[in-house]
Ligand binder design. Structure first.
Ligand SMILES: N[C@@H](CCC(=O)N[C@@H](CS)C(=O)NCC(=O)O)C(=O)O
Length: 206
């Protein structure tokens, strides 16, 4: 197994969290390097695309969260080996990435601009993405996206849905998932109640 160092912000969510969870679930040893916000400006230019997460693999650096998810997913046996289920898992991860980026971009906006942009997202793009992603869960059998088992696609979706339902996003109603994609709300519970995920977050709280 290569020596792995995952570098990401010091909170239990965001683009680095699916890889952390995947390695934890798969028993893949890694250094969980957590960066405080105040230390990020000094580190920024040393990362390939001035962004995190980054994964060092035996000293080589890999950037881009979904690329990292696929890589650690393979190590953790949480990513499909066959082409079609792998493409379906990628589709979910990339769709979640697209919509998360659109939501994330509103964080930097000022009051009224943020309100308008978030209300527009809540009226159109978010319901569409929820419905389309839910349709893919249904096509996979209703519990998992592919191969009737947990993969990194489930982790990526779970973290997005958890964010939407957290109430942290003003002007995006926290019940938007329940209203537009009830299967994704159940999927969130399935992941939250997964024994290893529940134990991981219980331990993080201590
Ligand atoms: N496409 C990239 C986006 C990475 C990204 O924007 N990361 C954010 C944190 S989630 C970041 O590093 N922001 C700090 C900055 O832009 O200065 C990926 O998927 O990894």
């Amino acid at each position: 197994m290569p020596k792995l160092v995952l570098t990401y912000f010091d909170f239990d969510g965001g683009r680095g969290e699916a890889a952390r969870l995947a390695m934890h679930l798969g028993g893949v040893a890694f250094v969980d390097k957590r960066i405080a916000g105040k230390d990020w400006p000094a580190l920024r230019d040393s990362t390939p695309f001035q962004a995190m997460p980054v994964l060092e693999v035996d000293g080589r650096t890999i950037a881009q969260s979904n690329t990292i998810n696929r890589y650690v997913g393979r190590l953790a046996d949480l990513y499909p080996r066959d082409d079609m289920p792998a493409a379906l898992a990628d589709e979910v991860m990339d769709a979640v990435e697209d919509i998360s980026t659109r939501i994330g971009n509103t964080i930097a906006l000022d009051g009224e601009a943020r309100k308008k942009t978030r209300e527009a997202l809540a009226a159109d793009a978010i319901p569409r993405f929820l419905q389309q992603i839910e349709a893919r869960l249904k096509a996979g059998g209703g519990e998992w996206f592919v191969e009737n088992r947990l993969t990194v696609a489930d982790l990526k979706c779970y973290l997005w849905v958890r964010w939407l339902k957290s109430g942290a996003l003003d002007h995006i109603p926290a019940d938007i998932v329940d209203r537009h994609a009830p299967l994704l709300a159940k999927h969130l519970e399935r992941l939250q109640n997964h024994p290893k995920i529940a134990a991981y977050y219980a331990a993080r709280k201590k």
